[in-house]
Design a protein around this ligand. Structure first.
Ligand code: CMP
Length: 397
């Protein structure tokens, strides 16, 4: 958890973080992405000769405005750099220098360098050719993708299986290229006369791309080609499997940490020991809901229950009234306990973080931890009685 931002610089830093979950943070990211998209579109359109002179002038102005926007952003990020927790030990100047040479800093710098080229470009290459360098802006998109960090960790975690698959790829490639070179070189000396030539064919075939620019003509060459195509599919499937498993494991680990942070805020879990808690944490998932979103609808089948980590929901009762549930409360348990459709609709009243527990996991946990099941059952019973009372009062009126 980060401490609440106090100074203006700390507030701006918090807002500019790519992972800031606040509505203002999301709004800033939307604006940033929109400016990026407009800038890239302008660069792409300017590269087409079909536009009239007036239109080209407008596109140039747009590119200038986008560059100016990125320049301001770069300066602001440089200003707030000392707020980053990992630069906390450094002086402000040293923190800024470290940020400037970090990946986000260099990408920010690359995004404003086209301005320099645009200015100088009039004399050297012509402004429109220089504007093509603005395509470097696309690198900024990478900063919006938190999965980049995950990708790096997955590659690092799975480096042994990835290396094995690459080695199999290299062995198949070299063996097939050598065999094809021996079998085909007489009939097709230009394509298969050298090992590099044969390797080009082997890479195109092994990756199942198959341009068809070079094809084996002898029976032996075709047999090697067929084997290579089948091997290619197997190697790609292996690589896909390794990366997909690595991604899902990494995501599980991250989700575990996220849930662990949230679970402390739910009183019903507070009395549980660490071992029991870790069992539950492994089964919970975090879900973020904006304000005024329906989480569940009355009459729908119940496949999960929810714990409110932070935020608030409005339970719209069938009797017409409504009940507000806040931090630490839970809902959606009645459908699981009674194995019946949802008894009420529930919607968020403000941005809310929920922990979801799916039915199958709920039944498993209820069997393991009777105290927890009992607490949920008691609350469900109280709610049922409350609803019946409300119903009776309503019909009595
Ligand atoms: P479920 O029936 O699965 O879906 C709607 C949920 O609303 C229900 O479970 C309860 O968790 C919740 N709910 C129903 N009645 C009340 C109540 N009187 N007070 C608080 N929550 C309720």
């Amino acid at each position: 958890m980060t401490a609440p931002a106090t100074t203006l610089r700390a507030q701006v830093f918090a807002l500019l973080r790519y992972t800031d979950p606040s509505p203002a943070g999301r709004r800033w990211r939307m604006i940033h992405l929109s400016v990026l998209a407009i800038g890239l579109l302008a660069v792409i359109l300017l590269s087409m000769d079909t536009f009239a002179l007036g239109h080209r002038e407008i596109l140039r102005v747009v590119i200038w405005l986008v560059t100016f926007f990125f320049l301001i952003e770069y300066l602001v990020r440089l200003w707030v750099a000392p707020e980053a927790p990992h630069y906390a030990e450094m002086t402000a100047a040293s923190a800024r220098l470290h940020w400037a040479v970090s990946a986000p800093g260099l990408i920010g710098l690359l995004a404003i360098t086209p301005a320099v080229m645009l200015t100088g470009g009039y004399a050297i290459t012509g402004a429109d050719t220089a504007s093509v360098f603005c395509i470097l802006w696309i690198l900024k998109l990478g900063l919006h993708a938190p999965a980049f960090g995950t990708l790096a960790r997955v590659v690092s975690n799975e480096r042994a299986p990835i290396a094995s698959v690459l080695i199999v790829f290299a062995i198949l490639l070299m063996m097939a290229a050598t065999a094809a070179h021996m079998l085909e070189r007489e009939r097709q000396p230009e394509a298969f006369g050298s090992l590099p030539g044969a390797m080009w064919w082997a890479v195109v075939t092994l990756t199942t791309t198959g341009y068809g620019d070079v094809v084996p003509l002898t029976t032996g060459g075709r047999m090697i080609g067929s084997l290579l195509m089948v091997s290619g599919i197997i190697v790609l499937a292996l690589m896909t499997g390794v990366l997909a498993t690595g991604f899902s494991q990494e995501e599980r680990r991250r989700e575990y940490l996220r849930v662990w942070e949230q679970v402390a805020r739910v009183p019903i879990f507070a009395s549980l020991g660490v071992v029991t808690l870790s069992e539950i944490v492994g089964k919970l998932r975090t879900r973020y809901y904006p304000s005024r979103v329906t989480v569940l609808r009355r009459g729908d089948p119940g496949d999960s229950m929810f714990f409110i980590s932070s935020g608030e929901v409005d339970v719209r009762l069938p009797t017409g009234g409504s009940v507000r549930l806040g931090d630490g409360a839970f809902f959606g348990e009645m459908a699981l306990l009674n194995r019946q459709p949802r008894t009420a609709s529930v919607a968020t009243t403000r941005p809310t973080t929920l922990l979801v527990l799916y039915a199958s996991d709920f039944y498993e946990i209820a069997a393991h931890i009777p105290a927890l099941a009992e607490a949920v059952e008691n609350e469900a019973q109280r709610r049922r009685e409350e609803n019946i009372d409300r119903q009776t009062n309503k019909s009595g009126q």
